[in-house]
Design a protein around this ligand. Structure first.
Ligand SMILES: [Zn+2]
Length: 281
């Protein structure tokens, strides 16, 4: 089955991982800007990171017929420094029209501090003024419930935002309902040690249905598994769910959400492949 990983940090992954993902059916992915494994000391360092996300990673992915997209921001983990954050924010507009850029993300909260909230609101201002889609990071473990509430309040307070163009990621059992009931898309992150397992994600699909729901691997610097989406596919098959339902969650839903961004020019592989075979014969 083809699938699309809507949230994976390939800068922290090897080229072998691209090959493995491609062999397992991954035909597209989106990579939000996040922490690079260390705190960066200057805005120039973020400009280099944005070049890596918009130039180098799409080229690396394309070698394996994986279509790579990205989102730009300064992440919540480094947003405690408001001055640096505002310098980084001023760099983002020049990158937004680059091929494959889908919007502003992943923005959100980390420790739910005042400075993080200030920088989050600055990002919402940028996204609203430039009609950009938004990808949200919700905090970890003990900070998740409160942080998600704060984030949803800030999103709902901004009348300019179209909730169907916002994806709220890392939802769990205690946050998914609020996200879906407010009209946002929800992402479940399949993680070996925290966030959500494939079995818990399947439970949530059974409880809430497949509308506006996606699964992703995050595949980042922490203990994570870039092939977690195929694990979810297997779990759903084991439970007897039809292929059409699984395909909707791992392929059709990401495409429906991303197609709202003008930077999304995805070519489905079922269209690409016959033409390529013809050319090569
Ligand atoms: Zn992430």
């Amino acid at each position: 089955m083809y699938y699309f990983d809507p949230h994976i940090h390939m800068v922290s992954r090897t080229t072998d991982d691209y090959e493995t993902l491609a062999k397992m059916g991954c035909v597209g992915m989106s990579e939000p800007a996040f922490w690079a494994g260390f705190d960066r000391g200057s805005a120039e360092s973020f400009a280099d990171y944005f070049r890596q996300l918009t130039q180098f990673e799409p080229t690396r992915a394309a070698q394996y017929r994986v279509q790579h997209y990205t989102w730009l921001c300064i992440n919540a983990k480094e947003a405690e420094d408001v001055k640096l954050s505002r310098e980084v924010l001023s760099l983002i507009p020049e990158f937004l029209d680059k091929p494959g850029v889908l919007g502003i993300g992943e923005i959100g909260l980390n420790k739910n501090t005042k400075n993080e909230a200030t920088v989050f609101l600055d990002h919402l201002e940028l996204a609203a003024s430039l009609q950009q889609q938004i990808l949200i990071h919700t905090p970890h473990l003990e900070d998740k419930f409160q942080g998600t509430k704060m984030i949803l309040d800030m999103l709902c307070d901004d009348q300019r935002l179209d909730h169907h163009r916002v994806l709220v990621d890392h939802v769990e059992e205690h946050t998914i309902r609020d996200v879906l009931e407010n009209g946002f898309w929800a992402g479940m992150t399949l993680y070996p040690v925290s966030k959500c397992t494939p079995a818990r994600a399947a439970d949530m699909v059974e409880l809430y249905g497949p509308e506006r729901l996606m699964v992703n691997s995050a595949g980042d610097w922490g203990p994570s598994k870039p092939t977690a989406v195929p694990d979810f596919i297997l779990e759903m098959r084991r439970r007897g769910h039809p292929e059409s339902l699984i395909r909707k969650i791992v392929y059709e839903n990401p495409l429906e959400f991303f197609r709202q961004s003008k930077g999304f020019d995805f070519t489905p592989p079922e269209i690409v492949l016959p033409a390529e075979i013809k050319n090569e014969s």
